[in-house]
Design a protein. Sequence first.
Length: 948
Amino acid sequence: MKKIYDPKNIETVLYNKWEKYGLFKFQDNLNKKYFCIVMPPPNITGNLHMGHAFQQTIMDILIRYNRMQGKNTLWQVGTDHAGIATQMIVERKIMLEENKTRDYYSRKDFVQKIWDWKNEINNKITNQIRRLGSSVDWDRELFTLDPNITKAVQKAFICLYKENLIYRKKTLVNWDSKLKTVISDLEIEHRSKKGNIWYIKYPFANDNKQHIIVATTRPETIFADVAVAVNPKDSRYAKLIGKKVLVPLINRVIDIITDNDIDMKKGTGCVKVTPAHNFTDYEIGLKHKLSMINIFTEDGKICANPKIFDYQSNEITSERIVIPSNLHNLDRFVARKIVISLLNDLHLIKYTFKHTSIIPYGDRTNEVIEPRLTNQWFLKVKKLANTATAAVHYNTIKIIPKQYRNMYFSWMSNIKDWCISRQLWWGHRIPVWFDSKNTIYVGKNELDIRKKFSILKNVTLVQEPDVLDTWFSSALWICTSLGWPNQKKFFKKFYPTNVLVSGFDIIFFWIARIIMLSMHFIKDKKGKPIVPFKKVYITGLIKDESGQKMSKSKGNIIDPIDVIDGISLKNLLEKRTTNMMQIKLKKQIIKKTKKEFPKGIEPIGTDALRFTFTSLASTSRDIYWDMDRLKGYRNFCNKLWNAGRFVLITIKHNTSLINIEINNLSFSNQWILIKLNNVIKSYRKSLDSYRFDLASNIMFNFVKNTFCDWYLEFSKISLNKEKKLIFNETKSVLVTVLEKILLLMHPIIPFITEFIWKKIQCLKKNKNISIMLEKFPKYKINYVDNQHIIINDMKWLQKIIIGLRKLKLELNASNLECVSIFFVKLSSYNQLIIQNHKFYLKQITKFNNIEVMYTNVVNFNSIVRIINNIEILISIKTNVNKKLELQIIIKKINKIKTSVNQITIKLLNKNFLQKAPNNIVMLEKKRLISYKITLNKLLLKQKNILKY
């Protein structure tokens, strides 16, 4: 092994070998237990982010852990077509590169451009997955638009339609005018926005000199008004109920109606009813059987010829709405300004007030969402939701951590029919055809439909242009990726899967819908629904160090590959500021990035990144990324590398290892094996309970502290002893413990463990292909009869060693040969411990004169110290350079006293306390405490030196 650990030299080479030998493939062995995870398919919208890397680390830990337990593991991999998001990216791409919109192309040509994008980005994503060390079965890699999956999705739609669970309806939906498609409630951000509210006069039809005043924040929609509503209990308008008023600017006659839901205290208490452009008004319209007028085009412009529908969504052709021609084809917000101007010209605006409204925005486009009347396809989900809710309620599906159960139940109890259609070109085309009379035909393809319904060739059929919501095919992903509905034999082996790993932010988007659709389609022989997975492990959301969600727009995205390989500041800045949606934030992002990463990001390696993710996998909803913690785990890998190197050097010239019988071993060798056995128990318990943070902490402490800081120190002394038996015994224990550490840690840090493992096996002349094919360590019950005594004795001894090390620093003696340590007033048992391990105490602490006093009579000059409640006498025969040491200490004392005085004065300054940021004040307080602690230590040293 090389002296310096360089992950770049080992990681890619090892992964290629794993893949070459087919170590990730499932083995069709019926004698084995099956363990399966289906990877949430990453969207083909760009590179994987830290959230992907985090979840893939967790999944790979579970896969490797179960593989090493002899189970037949399958980690199903694939990517998602991500309808809206991918189409948006490609539209933006062709606009930037060709200055063209998608409408320039035929549907076929535009979709081909998206396929070209998919092929390019898919390779990048799969390479990233490889770099993360993910042991997925690459032979089974899938894409959500693969032919077999498309057929399965079509089958699901057709079955649901036949069961009357899918229906088509013209209704009001959330419409994104930029994307020109419906979006779900969950894809909307509601923001507080300052604007105006206008109080508009609606003249009475029989006396246009009189009017009623209606308050609105959307005057551009007055052309779609079909009534004015008041509360029947509002005495102000009791005499006006049933009267007619004129819609301003177009003089269309509408009724004044009553509705109990009208808030009398809001505005004037009179509400304009616009069913085609407001969700509340839509409900009022249905209740009162009002007509609906759609005045906006799909891209949010004023229609030249608005369509009118009755309350049942049937088009009314007998009536026509005339909108002023100067408003035709104008953007709705441009039209608003002109409408206000026209109303002012006619003196129809009574008041204008400042007003703050809650406005819906599309989370992808930042576009104001428009309620719009359109034809959409819906899935009835109430019945499906009841089954899915029961599965979690009765723990047939166990959600981990438990706190997310309530979030799941909350979503399911308030569930509404799911709009599954999208007005896009990219995605699963809805398997529906229409004839000239708009008759609906559902089938696999046009040929299938003509045959099934005996439709002649001269009858024209047109396929539904809409595609299915991406989440519809994603909800079927567990089933379709495992071969449903065709590969029944394979499907039965791995379904239900063992666990789904996903984020809390898509509990309803994805997890709930998987459970609903899977349990609807997959049933046992008795017709009982089968769950898609036994457990759901919900992860928190990775945020930056200041608690902000990582996003391209915020410029705080960290590419996991940049953490693995490192990246220069120049390239990092370019990456964060290229193709920005909000250019105005560029300077701010550059400044922040330079402050956080003045030298860019240094290469850390995959293992350190994975270990960091594992340590962060707590039950918390928010996970704060910490670069310092990352460096700490990089240092851990260095420590493990050096430990491995030490062991390899130790056994290099003498590879004969003896069989270990723990009861016959020396004290330190017994101790490390007992500690290891206990670690195996607690570590496995943590992994089995999905407490990855606890598991990582257990191994970090054991390897760094117990093994490296303590046992290696003891072993070095044992290896230098002249006794051959102790030498061979210690060498064998060293190898055994290191091998067990590598086996235990392999699921978390696969590369470094594989590399060191193979080096050891090579010296042992074992031809093992890979560590991942080895058995995972098991806890041994009743390992040693007196293990508690050994553990306690070592704990006591460690406290003594720590105390002596501190004493050595305190003495500040240049020559420890002149210092003698005497333990007094010890119990007979502790006297025995000191005597038995005096050799180790001397070697580790560097005090050559350590004795136990069996009498309380002291006949020499000494000072007293207490270590672990044990009295220690210190005798110093001479003190070299005492004067010089005093000078050095006094100089340090004076310097620190100056700093203490300066900070104290600053903290007594009221002006500083009032104006300085809280974090600066806290920093000064912490500095003061730190200086005072150091000062007290130095004063104690000075006092001790003067005594000697």
